[in-house]
Design a protein around this ligand. Structure first.
Ligand SMILES: Nc1ncnc2c1ncn2[C@@H]1O[C@H](COP(=O)(O)OP(=O)(O)O)[C@@H](O)[C@H]1O
Ligand SMILES: [Mg+2]
Length: 260
């Protein structure tokens, strides 16, 4: 299958006053079109740095990032992003927040069309009737749903999710995992999800990449060949429990708490 995202031999160090601070070393990840890649790794190992390199907000010292068979050389407007903090603008309504990417990538689209598109997504994630509320009038889970709609509104081929469910309570998180599967069914996309939740990585990922400690390299790759939309019951199946045990051990190795 065609790889939509390819990280090839990426090595990167931040330039600091104390000298270069190595963050990624010879990192390789290949993500086929319409598949979901979950990335887990120790805190501070370089996961958010990886997302910035894919979005073209930074460029690696060595190696290459390819999207759609094109080398990334400049910021990509067509990447949808969502973060742990939903970063919605309080002076805009939920609807106005969600249409924001369309104002940037499709300025000539009629306003009614932009709004119709945003409303369609908001309905899909269960936010019908909240279009005219301000972000502060919504719960954390609802704000995160709105931020997912904003990441998807312009139909990006690629979405990058940097721990978007990390700050939510366990039940809201599981709801949103299911929502992600529903969104994928409706409009396939290629996703890279950073998470520190192993259950989340296995439930959502078609592959799970474990990064080593900083400077991060690809330590372990697990394929999860379970067709979507996946039922939550999957989390309690023997296969999943076995996968989680393997990942747990890999994380411990990455953290230097166990030997390979
Ligand atoms: N702009 C920067 N300049 C210098 N060091 C940075 C910068 N951004 C992040 N770092 C450092 O690089 C390492 C990796 O950061 P990050 O990619 O945010 O890690 P993660 O998302 O895996 O927790 C961390 O040790 C962090 O302190
Ligand atoms: Mg991070």
């Amino acid at each position: 299958m065609e790889n939509l995202i390819e990280i090839k031999g990426v090595t990167h160090a931040y330039k600091t006053k104390a000298g270069p601070f190595p963050v990624l070393r010879d990192l390789n990840i290949a993500i086929p079109k319409h598949s979901f890649c979950a990335v887990v790794g120790p805190s501070g190992c370089g996961k958010s740095t990886l997302t910035r390199l894919i979005a073209g907000l930074m460029f690696p010292d060595q190696g290459e990032v390819w999207l759609h068979g094109e080398l990334v050389k400049s910021p990509r407007k067509t990447v949808g992003m969502a973060f742990q903090n939903p970063v919605l603008l309080e002076w805009r309504t939920i609807l106005q927040n969600v249409i924001l990417p369309l104002e940037i990538v499709a300025p000539s689209m009629p306003k009614a069309q932009k709004e119709a598109r945003a409303k369609e997504l908001l309905a899909l994630v269960g936010l019908e009737g909240f279009e005219n509320k301000r972000p502060s009038e919504l719960s954390g889970g609802m704000r995160q749903r709105a931020s997912l709609c904003r990441a998807l509104v312009h139909k990006p081929d690629i979405i990058i999710l940097d721990e978007p469910f990390g700050a939510l309570d366990a039940f809201t998180r599981e709801d949103l995992w299911q929502t992600m599967h529903q969104l994928r069914e409706k409009e396939p996309f290629t996703a890279l999800l950073i998470t520190h939740d192993l259950r989340e990585s296995v439930y959502l990922g078609d592959q799970v990449v474990v990064l080593s400690g900083r400077p991060a390299t690809t330590q372990y790759v697990m394929q999860v060949d379970v067709p979507g939309p996946r039922p939550l019951e999957m989390l309690y199946e023997t296969d999943t429990v076995e996968r989680l045990a393997v990942l747990r051990r890999e994380i411990q190795i990455a953290q230097g708490r166990a030997v390979a």
